[in-house]
Design a protein around this ligand. Structure first.
Ligand code: BTN
Length: 248
């Protein structure tokens, strides 16, 4: 990736989107020291204090169908997990579809945005936030968020994690592009899935249900066996999934 470093931005996703509109190349990336308006999924804010985490977005122009592009979020989660493991030794688990958790708290989040025409992807922006050296979180996040520093007790070089991420992403992305789905990656992904074979609560527009999580399929959908024994397919975006005892 060709990485551009910024001191302060509103959101690295916004910066890279603007660069995409101006014709930036595939695999251009932006990293900022601080974000003043970091965004999370479902319209939430993303806490992005100065110099303590990795606030990074990159641009992809894959020649795939729009339905496949959302799977890039899973590809990214795998690469982030690998980078964290290589640099820190910590074995983060993946909370479907793309949160990385350590000891039950979130250490990394991913926000994927796409511009597409009917049947073809114009571009995809993937934003990734990793809480690396954050020493303290705002009160309202303390139960659900953590950092590598808080879990492992020492600080890490953000640059090293970015380099490992870049390397890991290239490998997983190549696999993804071969099939335009997750068939070559899903077994590995399922091995990292928090709550694999455990009871989960699916919270959807109709209230929700509980069932046993049995991992993702080739499309990155979560397969959940409900109380009647029927296998349900859960698509991201529409729902959130919780363990029955809390956030993970
Ligand atoms: C989530 O879990 O809700 C997704 C969080 C994504 C945060 C990253 S930080 C870099 C990029 N810029 C943003 O504004 N958001 C993403």
């Amino acid at each position: 990736m060709k990485i551009h470093f910024f001191e302060e931005v509103d959101s690295t996703n916004n910066v890279i989107k603007k660069m995409a509109e101006e014709g930036a190349d595939d695999c251009t990336a932006v990293v900022a020291e601080v974000q003043t308006a970091g965004r999370g999924r479902m319209g939430r804010e993303w806490n992005s204090p100065k110099s303590s985490g990795i606030w990074m977005s990159f641009l992809l122009r894959p020649d795939v169908r729009p339905e496949s592009a959302s799977m890039l979020t899973i590809v990214t989660a795998m690469a982030a997990r690998s980078a964290i493991f290589k640099v820190t030794g910590a074995e983060a688990m993946i909370k479907w579809p793309n949160d990385l958790v350590l000891n039950g708290r979130k250490v990394c989040g991913i926000l994927t945005e796409m511009k597409a025409q009917i049947g073809c992807v114009d571009y995809v922006v993937v934003g990734i936030g990793i809480n690396v050296n954050t020493a303290e979180f705002p009160k309202e996040l303390q139960d659900t968020a953590t950092s590598l520093y808080l879990e492992l007790g020492c600080e890490f070089e953000r640059r090293q994690i970015i380099e490992e991420f870049d390397r890991a992403f290239a490998g997983y992305y190549e696999q993804f592009l071969k099939t335009e789905d997750l068939s070559l990656l899903k077994d590995e992904y399922n091995g990292y899935l928090a709550n694999m074979n455990n009871r989960v609560k699916i919270l959807d527009a109709d209230g929700g249900y509980t069932g046993i999580s049995t991992g993702i399929n080739d499309a990155g959908e979560l397969l959940v066996r409900n109380e009647e024994g029927k296998l349900c397919t859960v698509r991201s975006g529409e729902v959130s999934v919780r363990g029955i005892y809390g956030y993970v």
